[in-house]
Design a protein. Structure first.
Length: 501
């Protein structure tokens, strides 16, 4: 015990604690711990067991433990040296038996080695025999004997010895010889790996089993089998692999940089209001006669930025106003407004795929396009000056055919030859100026989520028609994604019930 003192305070006396006297049946053990190295031999245990009582000389006191500690060392039934000798004898017997078996296997006339009696497997078997002989008879070490056996049979001393030790262990454990891995690399393929070619070879060998030889089989493979299979593979490649690869390239490489932009034209009138109104009983709302003056707007929507306001083009249609929407106006809008707006919105390096949903956009052609609708029945007159056409004559030659008469023609020189509504209704005051103000607001009020939902619906229509479905079946397939199905019995959701109210 330590006694602590403080300055100016008296020293406290040191108190000694005396251990209580144990009862008579308590077993005493030494207070110190012993290790295996502290004990001399097995014979000392007998003498030490009889003298188990010790006392600690700590101020005349003795310590005790309530239970005896387990013995650190026990006497084995079979001494360790004897066990080691038995293991060595068993290992030596196993090596002797393996040596006898490999010798018998080599001398047997029934043994067939892969590659013949002078092949690689036969050399490996001889190396295993030499290795076991050096270990069993000459009493060399396992590693030294393997290097000597490998060098004797033409293998490298270090790496070959490592291989020989593995072969010997495999022979002792499974009685199997190593098999050569030549021709089994992942980059090496065989004709027999193809099930179709293997089936053709089996059929040919069965049909000519009485007159079959290697030369005939090689001739069949070279002259008949390979050209036929190559033709089949080429057909399969052109019809299946190349279209699928092109599809993957378009979807993974090309389409991510192509933005689909949907173009649509809409027409609104000044008097195009709601068809039904809530009015007091017995009264009616007076409507204006006619639809009034109208606007036609051709706009582009995008699933990433929404409505491209800069790309929109609006006209006041009518005979006495801006005329009517046609293909020439659409081409002008596409060239001067839509493409520049797309480049400003997305930057360089992207291409736009435009989906046009109007008849005039579908009929937009070049001024000199070959269209029968632009030709008159009789020569001359007001009709388009078309470019030259061509046709293939009976001899297979391409013949150019001009669509204009020559300048020296006596009758026709140098003349052509012949042959968003709901928003507008709710914010409508039936004036044309308000319509012109509300039309851009109506286009901008469409949420981006609505645009994406509509785009997904168009994709479903395209997938349905691409799969070859008829109109009704395609409509049913699209309806599966766009319509809700309620399967609960006699129950209507709250949102649907509000619509009926």
């Amino acid at each position: 015990m330590r006694a602590f003192t403080q300055q100016g305070a008296a020293k406290k006396p040191i108190q000694k604690k005396i251990a209580p006297v144990p009862p008579e049946n308590t077993q005493y053990v030494p207070n110190s711990l012993y290790f295996l190295s502290d004990l001399s031999s097995d014979e000392d245990n007998d003498s030490s067991d009889t003298n188990m009582d010790h006392s600690d000389n700590c101020d005349g006191t003795t310590g005790h433990i309530s239970s005896a500690l387990p013995r650190k060392r026990q006497k084995l039934d079979v001494p360790y040296r004897e066990q080691r000798k038995q293991k060595q004898a068993a290992k030596h017997a196993e090596l002797e038996q393996a040596y006898k078996d490999i010798t018998k296997h080599l001398k047997s006339k029934k043994t067939v080695f892969v590659g013949g009696p002078h092949g690689l497997q036969a050399r490996c078997a001889c190396t295993i025999e030499v290795h076991l002989m050096l270990v069993v008879k000459n009493e060399h070490g396992f590693k030294v004997a393997s290097e000597m056996a490998a060098e004797t049979n033409g293998f490298a001393a270090k790496w070959g010895g490592h291989q020989v030790r593995g072969w010997t262990r495999e022979w002792m454990r499974m009685r199997t010889l190593p098999v050569s891995q030549w021709g089994r690399h992942a980059k090496i393929s065989s004709l027999l790996d193809d099930p179709a070619i293997a089936s053709e070879l089996c059929t040919f060998m069965r049909s000519n089993k009485w007159s079959m030889d290697p030369q005939k089989l090689a001739k069949f493979i070279k002259n008949e089998l390979l050209p036929t299979e190559a033709t089949k593979y080429l057909e399969w490649l052109v019809q299946n692999e190349m279209p699928q690869g092109l599809k993957r390239y378009i979807e993974l490489e090309l389409f991510p940089r192509i933005h689909m932009k949907v173009g649509r034209g809409m027409t609104t009138q000044a008097n195009d209001g709601q068809s039904m109104n809530w009015v007091p009983n017995g009264e009616h709302k007076l409507r204006k006669k006619g639809v009034g003056r109208g606007l036609h707007q051709s706009s582009i929507i995008c699933s990433t930025v929404g409505h491209l306001e800069e790309a929109a083009h609006t006209i006041e249609y009518g005979k006495n106003y801006d005329g009517y929407w046609n293909g020439e106006m659409f081409v002008e809008q596409l060239r001067d407004k839509i493409i520049p707006a797309f480049e400003r919105a997305h930057g360089p390096g992207y291409q736009a795929l435009f989906l046009i949903d109007n008849s005039q956009g579908h009929s937009a052609y070049a001024e000199d396009a070959l269209l029968i609708s632009r030709m008159n029945v009789n020569p001359g007159g007001k009709q388009a000056h078309m470019k030259d056409s061509w046709f293939i004559d009976a001899g297979g030659q391409k013949v150019i055919q001009s669509m204009m008469f020559p300048s020296d023609h006596h009758d026709h020189p140098n003349e052509p030859k012949g042959i968003k509504a709901r928003y507008l209704r709710e914010n409508c005051d039936y004036t044309f100026e308000t319509l012109k103000t509300n039309l851009p607001k109506a286009m901008a009020s469409v949420h981006l989520s609505t645009i994406r939902l509509w785009e997904h619906r168009m994709h479903r229509w395209m997938d349905a028609y691409r799969s070859g479905l008829e109109t009704k079946k395609a409509q049913l397939q699209v309806k599966e994604f766009s319509s809700r199905k309620y399967k609960s019995h006699r129950r209507v959701p709250e949102t649907v019930a509000c619509l009926f109210d």
